[in-house]
Design a binder for this molecule. Structure first.
Ligand code: GLP
Length: 242
């Protein structure tokens, strides 16, 4: 595991965007695994800048998002598809039919949708580069503590900690889902390269456990210590307890 500490959140975004640019310029039909949350917003802004400067094109890129709330349609403003459209896809030349989300609505079978998502990833040739954020409880995607390291895309019940952390993104009377479809830990580990981004002091404990904690399903991100090609990119605040 390589750990890079940058001065600012902008420098983190810059660094990761340049890795993505390098990959896509080398392999134009690359497959990216993408994350939502506040952390990657600056990265997506930077990718739009690179696209506007003609430094990269996403025309042939395929993407798979890590997760999606259960029973939230892709047009709902709280959906992760809406988030990706707003912060990235509407502003670049990606073919949206190649941008995938594990959407599962009530009445649909989460097991079948999970299996199908896995097959789509395999048919795309696997994920070349997976971008990850980090939950303050050590989750990656929505793989909450105690998630199996063998897990594949499936439905998960969110912990109260995650619901509380994410409540800032919902209005007071707005429905906040407590379940989500998420790539499994084994799905994530199958990516050829992984870049985990963490910024801000509130992630410093989780970052410390990720890098030097025991590998345990109680701390899902710790399994990344075993992956051959992981880069953890932090700002100073997130790295303060390393
Ligand atoms: C969410 C997402 C994760 C994300 C994490 C951190 O619950 N499922 O993919 O990495 O929380 O979010 P943020 O970047 O907003 O702190």
């Amino acid at each position: 595991m390589e750990v890079i500490i940058c001065d600012t959140q902008e420098a983190v975004a810059d660094r990761v965007a340049n890795y993505i640019k390098y990959l896509i310029n080398k392999k134009e039909n690359a497959t990216l695994g993408l994350a939502t949350g506040s952390t990657p917003i600056k990265l997506y802004k930077k990718l739009i800048e690179l696209y506007n400067n003609n430094e990269v094109t996403f025309k042939k890129t395929t993407t798979f998002n890590l997760d999606e709330y259960y029973n939230i349609d892709g047009d709902n403003i709280q959906s992760y598809r809406y988030f990706m459209n707003k912060y990235l896809f509407n502003k670049i030349d990606i073919d949206k039919s190649k941008a995938h989300f594990p959407i599962c609505l009530e009445g649909e079978n989460p097991n079948l949708i999970g299996d199908l998502y896995e097959k789509k990833i395999i048919n795309a040739g696997g994920i070349d580069l997976q971008i990850l954020g980090l939950g303050s409880n050590g989750h990656i995607g929505f793989n909450e503590p105690s998630s199996s390291f063998m897990s594949k895309t499936r439905i998960k019940t969110l912990t109260q900690k995650t619901i509380d952390d994410n409540s800032r993104l919902f209005n007071k009377n707005e429905y906040q889902p407590n379940m989500a479809m998420t790539m499994g830990i084994s799905t994530i580990l199958n990516a050829k390269y992984i870049i985990l981004i963490a910024t801000g002091e509130n992630k410093s404990d989780a970052v410390n456990r990720l890098i030097s904690g025991a590998i345990s399903s109680k701390n899902p991100a710790s399994i990344l210590q075993n992956h051959k090609n992981v880069i953890v990119i932090l700002d100073e605040d997130a790295s303060s307890k390393v």
